[in-house]
Design a protein around this ligand. Structure first.
Ligand code: AMP
Length: 285
């Protein structure tokens, strides 16, 4: 596995692959890999000849009071894991390389970025779409793999790629969970044992909504009330949002159907914010 820290070296390598007719799949990450990241890498390997994983804790997608400085990092462990997955290139640029002095361009997907996580984290998705655009220009991938855990990020990126004719095929990977249902996240490392139990409130609430829906309840006001009750029955939870939305437009739905997505963000003990989502039918938690 090659490690590149500079974007120009990364692009030179990518151009060489294109000349050889070899397809590239990119997996953008912020590192501190868990099984979710590794599955994305495996999916990337099924789509293309070469897998490039980017590892970059992107400062412009963090708000001022968020966890940029404390975000978990372990480069050597990540590099070892990526190598074991057969990744061709680990691209780990420096912040100065990505955002040199004078940097001032933003890529913004307007309305899709505003509500849900965008309302709680103003500017977050502009940071994501800007860095992903840069990564696409640097790595020149044919495919890029994103997790459905970050459902709004996925919708925003799909919109951006379509609107700007980026020519990258976006591949969505299902949510990877712990045995007990907790969606894997690098931020789960912040959870103390009691908070780890509380974190199950999200997947439990999704399972409950799926079962109510399968029993015939389609009114989202009713489903939302029950979901909120379930989450709040766990100590230390506060709800940032619970919504039932169309998967592509993320518009709220009043009557649920099989493809309706239940999306939620919950804060534990006032400082650990977790997100999760599940389709009302067909997916089990
Ligand atoms: P991150 O390093 O957290 O920015 O995530 C990098 C990529 O991994 C994103 O596309 C995420 O959606 C995806 N991802 C993170 N956690 C999971 C998970 N539990 N299941 C599936 N994909 C995930």
């Amino acid at each position: 596995m090659i490690v590149f820290n500079s974007s120009s070296e990364m692009t030179d390598w990518a151009k060489g692959q294109a000349r050889l007719g070899r397809k590239i799949a990119l997996v953008p990450t912020m590192g501190f890999f868990h099984r979710g990241h590794l599955e994305l890498m495996q999916t990337a390997g099924r789509h293309a000849d070469e897998v490039v994983v980017s590892l970059f804790v992107n400062p412009i997608q963090f708000g001022v009071n968020e966890d940029l400085d404390s975000y978990p990092r372990d480069f050597q462990r990540d590099a070892d894991l990526a190598q074991q997955e057969g990744v061709s290139v680990l691209f780990a640029p420096d912040v100065d390389d990505m955002y040199p002095e004078g940097f001032q361009t933003t890529v913004s997907v307007s309305s899709l970025s505003r509500h849900l996580c965008g309302a709680d984290r103003p500017g977050h998705f502009n940071g994501v779409t800007t860095v992903v655009s840069k990564l696409f220009n640097i790595v020149r991938p044919d495919y890029a793999v994103f997790g459905q855990k970050d459902f709004q990020q996925l919708a925003v990126i799909q919109r951006m790629v379509k609107d700007l004719n980026m020519g990258v095929e976006i591949v969505a990977h299902p949510i990877v969970r712990e045995k007990d249902g907790l969606a894997m996240s690098s931020r789960n490392t912040y959870l103390k044992p009691e908070q780890r139990k509380t974190a199950l409130s999200l997947s439990r609430a999704i399972a409950m909504a799926q079962s109510l829906f399968n029993d015939g309840e389609g009114q989202t006001t009713v489903l939302k009330r029950e979901v909120e009750k379930e989450i709040l029955s766990f100590p230390g939870t506060s709800i940032d949002y619970v919504e039932f939305v169309n998967q592509n437009t993320l518009e709220p739905m009043s009557i649920a159907d099989n493809r309706t997505l239940l999306v939620m963000a919950v804060t534990i003990d006032n400082h650990i914010r977790l997100i999760d989502n599940g389709q009302l039918a067909l997916i089990s938690c």
